[in-house]
Design a protein around this ligand. Structure first.
Ligand SMILES: *Cc1c(COP(=O)(O)O)cnc(C)c1O
Length: 421
């Protein structure tokens, strides 16, 4: 099929949920992609941060081939060796003692929300209180759920109902109400707003250590430690959503390691499978203990194929010290982006991000820049309307960054020249 026939077919038979760019990739290697017409692209989107090792890393391809020929799926009625090994790898290197596996980021967030609520429910029950006895005063008005979660404006946690309800972006909510009750959304970085939103019903805080979709927002100093202190004081569960910022991209294996705080629960997905769908909920022992057999489940969660891919991915991330590489090349990329402020004056407003999770707030909407880059063979993404987001694979080279920045500069020059005076 050519690009045109792929686009035409999809237009007729797929639900119209995505604003897709006119490219139909068919093959990839490292930082490069080729489309159905044989055109080559430098890929600085990396499957929205999922392809941390670039396309078709040989270790992941080999692990998938080997596992596919042995056993694809059995369900969690049985014990699954790669699942247990994957959990062991993760808990040995994190604050967590236990893992639950699912198939996507949104599902991991759902699992984390359920775990936090179940933990609060068990505590309330142990204290001899019926769940509604811990609710706020206005339960009868229906505005207070027995166990509330505080989440943040400009967050992104996924599109299923719980995750969507915790996503602080009203445009994603429109037309889908009523959402899950008991989620309080407050400004990111604002500890006072968290204190004001808190009630006796509060049971958890859900936060991205660095916000991804919301525009690469790095937390102000003291914000995450402040949340940790509040959670400790009140017995709330602190959940870090590291689905986008985790697993090396920001320069540490886990993003929260930059900030000297540990969560009680953490969600992972995106990069975890090296391109294969998988999500995870990690928790400390005393928190994980809130789940008992029957409380949560997923038919495909932690299947042998996805876990084998994830194990291979994590072993490469560690063996090739990719978090350190992300820190080093992230600094290189960040410097190169800042140079654009001089070479294309007036185009850029602000630089943000950490490691290889980098963004530039433009002085105009980003869509034409994405299009101009595409025409010149570079894939980049725009988020929050005017934030150009660069998510190269962690294996990207300096030469590839140089090439990407040449294309970006030419694209910004072209778009700026075409702007109305
Ligand atoms: C992408 C993302 C999700 C949702 O992941 P899906 O796999 O698309 O469901 C959740 N949280 C964060 C921070 C994300 O970036």
């Amino acid at each position: 099929m050519t690009t045109e026939t792929v686009i035409e077919l999809g237009r007729r038979v797929l639900m119209n949920t995505y604003g897709r760019l006119p490219v139909a990739p068919v093959r990839g290697q490292g930082s490069r992609l080729w489309d159905a017409d044989g055109r080559e692209y430098l890929d600085f989107v990396s499957g929205l941060a999922a392809n941390a090792l670039g396309h078709c890393h040989p270790a992941v391809v080999e692990a998938v081939r080997e596992q596919a020929g042995r056993l694809l799926h059995v369900s969690n009625l049985y014990h699954i060796a790669p699942q247990a090994e994957l959990a062991a790898w993760l808990v040995e290197r994190s604050f967590a003692d236990r893992a639950f596996f699912c198939n996507s980021g949104a599902e991991a967030v759902e699992g984390a929300l359920k775990l936090a609520r179940k933990r609060a429910w068990r505590r309330a029950r142990a204290a001899g209180k019926a769940p509604d006895a811990v609710a706020g005063p206005d339960t009868s008005a229906g505005s207070r759920a027995p166990f509330e979660v505080i989440a943040f404006h400009k967050s992104f946690h996924g599109r299923t109902y719980g995750a969507l309800s915790a996503t602080g972006q009203p445009r994603y909510h429109q037309g889908f109400e009523p959402l899950l009750p008991g989620i309080r959304l407050v400004p990111y970085g604002d500890l006072d707003a968290v204190a004001r939103a808190a009630s006796p019903a509060t049971c958890a805080v859900l936060v991205e250590p660095v916000q991804g979709e919301g525009g690469l927002n790095v937390p102000p100093p003291g914000f995450l430690p402040g949340l940790r202190a509040m959670c400790d004081r009140h017995g709330w569960t602190l959940v870090f959503d590291e689905i986008q910022c985790g697993l090396g991209r920001t320069g540490r294996l886990f993003c929260h390691q930059h900030f000297g705080v540990e969560p009680d629960v953490m969600t992972l997905a995106k990069a975890l499978g090296g391109g294969v769908a998988i999500g995870a909920v990690l928790a400390r022992e005393d928190v994980a203990a809130a789940f008992e057999p029957g409380d949560h489940a997923s038919t495909f969660g932690g299947n042998p194929l996805a876990c084998a891919a994830a194990l291979a991915t994590l072993r490469v991330i560690e063996a090739e010290t990719l978090p350190e590489r992300a820190a080093r090349l992230g600094a290189y990329l960040s410097d190169a982006l800042r140079a654009l402020a001089r070479t294309v004056p007036g185009a850029t407003i602000e630089f943000r991000g950490l490691g290889l999770l980098q963004g530039v707030r433009l002085a105009f909407p980003g869509a034409p820049v994405v299009q101009a880059c595409l025409e010149r063979g570079l894939l980049v993404n725009c988020t929050d309307t005017d934030v150009l987001r660069l998510l190269p694979p962690l294996v990207v080279t300096e030469a590839e960054i140089d090439r990407a920045l040449e294309i970006l500069e030419a694209s910004l020059v072209a778009v700026t020249a075409a702007l109305p005076a």
